[in-house]
Design a binder for this molecule. Structure first.
Ligand code: HEC
Length: 151
């Protein structure tokens, strides 16, 4: 087979390059850097369809509960030990409980749910819980105190 003349080869190379540039655009026309994500970049709902399946991304608002234990003696101890898994509302919505019952709950948090509570913090936490607003031993005015719950 006879080799094609050099002119035909050169013309072919130029033609292929021209077609490639038309398809992908000249190098300067392509974005060199992806857009930096900013705090305003909110993921948009999008959908992808492949082989008859459509996957749609949705955004939902979950209830956000970050209630802390209100100010009071040892509030810092309980806020440091007891708000990593659930907010203070878990304890603040309990009925008035005795000090022993509160101690049991704190021990349960530690032994059953593996709350990292140091032994030395337990008395302060139990004191806080048994005297917080709504509890029988609360110093909060207007809340009835029951004698048998005092301990
Ligand atoms: C390691 C995670 C974790 C930590 C830390 C934690 N808890 Fe809990 N707590 C739980 C789980 C799990 C439940 C059960 C939730 C349910 O039943 O829906 C719970 C439930 C409770 C309840 C509801 C009553 C009950 O007996 O179930 C109270 C009150 C409570 N926690 C108080 C505390 C206090 C006080 C502390 C700090 C000493 C604490 N929690 C730390 C995981 C934790």
């Amino acid at each position: 087979m006879k080799a094609p003349p050099i002119g035909t080869l050169a013309f072919g190379a130029v033609g292929v390059t021209a077609i490639a540039l038309i398809i992908i655009g000249p190098p300067g026309a392509r974005p060199t850097k992806l857009r930096e994500p900013t705090s305003e970049t909110v993921p948009q709902a999008s959908s992808v369809s492949v082989a008859g399946f459509t996957l749609t991304s949705e955004s939902i608002d979950l209830p956000f509960d970050e209630q802390q234990y209100p100010e009071g003696a040892n509030a810092d101890v309980i806020n440091a030990n007891c708000t990593s898994c659930h907010s203070a509302s878990m304890a603040l919505t309990q009925p008035p409980l005795s000090k022993d019952k509160w101690r049991e709950i704190v021990i349960k948090m530690r032994d059953v749910y593996k709350a990292p509570v140091g032994e030395q913090s337990i008395p302060a936490i139990v004191d806080y819980l048994s005297t917080m607003p709504g509890q029988a031993n609360s110093a909060e005015p207007g809340i009835e105190r029951s004698a048998q719950d005092k301990s």
